[in-house]
Design a protein around this ligand. Structure first.
Ligand code: MG
Length: 374
């Protein structure tokens, strides 16, 4: 199959050298190499046992951070191909975007951020960058994965100006008020499409959400109606899958149409023009509103469901207890996390905790606090 020609505003190759210069890869592009390094990293494998919304042991079919990241990559690649953007770059950013997540989803991130409030805070985006820049220990010649600038800037989705000032090249755009490359913008919205839809699916599967409740969400109700009209006797589980499938299609198509419109309007001629234009990858105004409605529904009915809140409370306790125990007595830390000076201890503890999977954190808590465990 002939290679698709990239748009002039796509990232065709890395414009800057890697942090540690390396010879160009043979037989694959720079961004394919980035993607391959991400897939081979320990942090990527840990995503399998990290919570998206449901703790991993709650059921085998719920999304984990790993399956979420793969879905983001799938959606991102489809969009990239249709917009003639660099698919390999979108895939690399998508697969790496959650590498810095703590165990126990957002509850874990909030708990660790609270623990770190006097030590520079904890933010999962910054941590994802720290994983690929510093924490992975796989290569002889450098720490981290030594990824391309374009991949790293895509991983750093948000950042305060205060933090950006310490981050060198990837921090610049936050200080200048510029956008990242279009591939990163696409990966970011693919993330949103993926989680809104799979959270509906997982919410229904778990029984925490019902089809009746979702009837109040226009985007869902519209597609449910279509499916029921076309397939009046379909079993409920398939109705749900068909509805979610159609919603993803609608969101992807809307995003592509609106992005094409924005590209025509702002006419970027190069990847650099994308940085100084307003955000080009976007939903239409109508879809933005429908999406907002869906998100607010999920917040109220799923993320704040009492059964999810119980898990959240447990996660806070486990992370808070572990952090305090290691800060009080660093001799409890595995030696590789107990090397830093006093002033950096909190960051080492945060790195250790953030790297844990859900079940590792639960076991570690037991090993430290339960008298019968060793
Ligand atoms: Mg995500």
């Amino acid at each position: 199959m002939p290679e698709l020609e990239l748009s002039p505003y796509a990232v065709s190759k890395s414009a800057r050298s890697r942090r540690v210069p390396e010879p160009a890869p043979t037989g694959r592009s720079e961004f394919q190499r980035d993607r391959d390094r991400i897939i081979h990293s320990a942090a990527f494998r840990r995503l399998e046992y990290k919570t998206q919304v449901f703790v991993n042991h709650e059921g085998d079919l719920f999304r984990t951070r790993l399956t979420h990241s793969i879905e983001v990559a799938q959606i991102g690649r489809s969009i990239a191909r249709r917009l003639a953007l660099n698919e390999d770059l979108v895939e690399a950013v998508s697969l790496a975007h959650d590498l810095g997540h703590t165990p126990f989803g957002h509850a874990g991130q909030e708990a660790l951020n609270d623990c770190m409030k006097d030590h520079g805070g904890f933010e999962h985006n910054l941590q994802s960058l720290r994983v690929v820049d510093v924490l992975e220990e796989r290569y002889a010649a450098f720490d981290g994965l030594n990824l391309c600038f374009e991949t790293r800037e895509g991983i750093l989705k948000h950042c305060s100006k205060e933090n950006a000032a310490h981050l060198g090249d990837v921090g610049e755009r936050f200080l200048k008020g510029q956008r990242p490359n279009l591939e990163a913008q696409v990966a970011n919205l693919a993330d949103e499409i993926a989680y809104n839809n799979h959270d509906v699916d997982d919410g229904l599967r778990s029984g925490l959400l019902t089809l009746e409740q979702l009837g109040s969400v226009r985007l869902f109700a519209r597609h449910l109606e279509e499916v029921r009209t076309a397939w009046p006797n379909l079993a409920e589980r398939r109705v749900v899958h068909e509805t979610v499938r159609h919603m993803i299609g609608t969101l992807v198509n809307d995003l592509i149409r609106q992005t094409e419109h924005n590209i025509r309007e702002h006419a970027p001629k190069s990847a650099d023009d994308v940085r100084i234009a307003p955000p080009l990858a976007a939903f239409s105004v109508e879809m933005l509103e429908l999406n907002r409605e869906l998100k607010s529904f999920l917040r109220t009915h799923l993320y704040r469901h009492y059964r999810v809140m119980r898990m959240t409370a447990k996660a806070r306790r486990i992370i808070g207890d572990l952090f305090q125990a290691f800060m009080d007595d660093p001799r409890l830390l595995p030696p590789q996390f107990n090397l830093q000076a006093e002033s950096d201890r909190a960051r080492s503890v945060a790195d250790y905790i953030a790297g844990m999977t859900d079940r590792y954190a639960i076991r570690e808590h037991r090993r430290i606090f339960a008298i019968e465990e060793i």
